[in-house]
Write a protein that binds this ligand. Structure first.
Ligand code: NAP
Length: 534
């Protein structure tokens, strides 16, 4: 097809070649559509390409955190560990790209910087950093929720003459910390993973902690043949069961509230979860809700820190006290707490010794200088909205999406935002997204979008967009559900509160995968109720 300006007109342009983008190419191509995937990086893999820091690993089990769209792929690929490390996940994505011949529709080193909708032609015009332009009837942002790194708001960093590494764009070549004094900033999921690895290599490690995390032992281990065979023998059924769950991951539960049990009985159950590396948040049905069981679980986890970390002052500083378990992302760890028992590791509590600035040779905090050879920034992401608004997206009336979202993102079910026809977002704000097994969620969203495009084409409809009132209703529903959770009462990247100036609101749908998927299917079956078509 030819666009109105004489360029080639694609049916669909997909932005991003991570888990979502790769499956989108496969599915849409299978539907007979022409697809072009534009990827900013020099290779495929999305966050798994960039976040190659030491210790990077998924915290969803590998048998779950993998594609289900191809039974053959499911059978032929064998994960080696319960929680796959970054190199293995990246190798998997490369295997998928090769196996399904996806690379021929991907342009690497092609950063999309702007896109404008031509309403009359019914085309999106996409402009890249190199000044190229491409046109398509539909645009799909497969740009991820946690792919736009938070900018380092650290005074004096530009004066620091040592090496600066960001976990979110770790160098491809090995980094050698042997003999070096290293400082790590950030103790979220990323910091918790890289700190034990760097501690084992560096001569000296200072961990600069602003807010401690609740951590649980991952219980990672090599996957034995029997476990893999048991899942593979019924993979379709197993996936179907996960699709009926809240988060798309197994969540073993007693089905009972903790309030039915004494403190000692609860602790005995939690000890079993701790040993197994499984089930702590889900064992009691009220563990993740405000109330006595959650309070007791917080006490239990703080006692675990005190039991593992030998130095009492360090242990106390590592104990989260300003927010409850479940209000922020729970971090799975391997050797994290034990790392603080090493003689070469020092925890610097920035909440008591405030960060002042970087100097040419290190960092100053709490009136003290910390000489450093290298600093590792594990300071997080501008979640959900960052990857979308960093592209200059304009609709046919010249309105900028970033401005439409200035008071917070607005979508109908995460898929589309009103006023921007034929622009789809995968795992967008207002969808369950990061609260689920994201690979399962991405497959769902790709299938929903592909089914929608097929339906439009079958009915000779050229344009679809979210209806403003359906969108308002949806966002109110998202906010209402979130208001009853622990998340809404505390600061975290889920709330946008890690980014200065960002509107504070809960950015995901907390109603769970199964309920969301059922609602999305119902909307589609009802001729895309809540969307306007032309
Ligand atoms: P994060 O959870 O936002 O943690 C960032 C850390 O950096 C926090 O401890 C934060 O402290 C600190 N920080 C930020 N700015 C700072 C500053 N200016 N000075 C000092 N400290 C600063 O980010 P993340 O660890 O990269 O994780 C983000 C999400 O990515 C995770 O929650 C998870 O969903 C995903 N992830 C998953 C995995 C996995 O699968 N295992 C691994 C990594 C990441 P404050 O809390 O005080 O702001």
């Amino acid at each position: 097809m030819t666009a109105t300006n004489g360029e080639r007109l694609y049916d669909v342009i997909v932005v991003g070649a991570g888990f979502g983008g790769l499956y989108a190419i496969h599915r849409l191509r299978g539907d007979g559509l022409s697809v072009l995937c534009l990827e900013a990086s020099d290779d495929i893999g999305g966050v798994w390409h960039h976040n190659r820091y030491p210790g990077a690993r998924c915290d969803v089990e590998s048998l779950d955190y993998s594609y289900s769209f191809s039974p053959e792929l499911q059978q032929e690929w064998s994960w080696t560990e319960r929680y796959a490390a970054q190199p293995e996940i990246l190798a998997y994505l490369h295997h998928v790209a090769d196996r399904f011949d996806l690379r021929r529709d991907i342009r690497l080193d092609t950063r999309v910087i702007a896109t404008t909708r031509d309403d009359e032609a019914g085309e999106w015009s996409v402009v890249t950093a190199a000044g190229e332009s491409f046109r398509a009837r539909f645009l799909i942002l497969a740009t991820g929720a946690l792919s736009s790194p938070k900018s380092p708001d650290l005074a004096g960093l530009e004066n620091f003459t040592g090496a600066v590494y960001r976990t979110s764009s770790w160098p491809a070549e090995p980094v050698d910390f042997a003999g070096k004094t290293v400082g790590v900033l950030g103790t979220g999921s990323t910091g918790v993973q890289c700190i034990p690895e760097i501690a084992a290599e560096a001569e000296r490690l200072f961990v600069f902690q602003r807010t401690p995390s609740y951590t649980l032992p991952s219980g990672n281990r090599p996957l034995d043949g029997a476990t893999v065979a048991a899942v593979k023998s019924r993979y379709e059924d197993y996936r179907a069961e996960l699709r009926q769950s809240r988060a798309g991951i197994p969540a073993p539960t007693s089905g009972e509230p903790g309030t039915d049990y004494s403190r000692e009985e609860k602790r005995a159950r939690w000890d079993a979860c701790w040993q197994a590396g499984r089930g702590m948040p889900s064992h009691f049905v009220d563990s993740m809700k405000p109330g006595p069981t959650n309070d007791e679980l917080c006490d239990y986890l703080r006692d675990k820190i005190r039991a593992v970390v030998i130095d009492p002052a360090t242990a106390e500083a590592l104990c989260p006290k300003t927010y409850p378990f479940g209000a922020r992302r729970i971090c799975l760890e391997t050797g994290y707490l034990e790392a603080y028992n090493r003689a070469n590791v020092t925890l610097v509590d920035l909440s008591a010794n405030a960060f002042e600035h970087f100097t040419s040779s290190g960092m100053r905090a709490g009136g003290r200088d910390y000489p450093l050879d290298a600093v590792v920034l594990a300071i997080g992401f501008d979640a959900f909205t960052g990857p979308v608004v960093r592209i200059d997206i304009r609709n046919g009336r010249g309105e900028r999406l970033a401005e439409c979202w200035a008071e917070g993102p607005r979508t109908y079910m995460g898929f589309m935002t009103a006023g921007f026809p034929n622009l789809f977002i995968l795992t967008g704000p207002g969808s369950p997204s990061v609260l689920t097994n994201v690979v399962m969620m991405l497959e769902h969203d790709v299938d929903w979008v592909a089914d929608c495009i097929a339906w439009l084409d079958q009915h000779g409809i050229s344009s679809i967009e979210a209806d403003e009132s359906a969108q308002t209703e949806w966002m109110e529903h998202v906010a209402e559900l979130a208001a009853g959770t622990l998340y809404a009462k505390h600061n975290s990247w889920y709330m946008g509160s890690n980014i200065p100036g960002k509107r504070r609101m809960f950015l995901a749908y907390t109603g769970g995968y199964a309920g969301f998927a059922a609602a999305a299917a119902e909307v589609a079956a009802d001729r895309y109720r809540g969307f306007m078509v032309r």
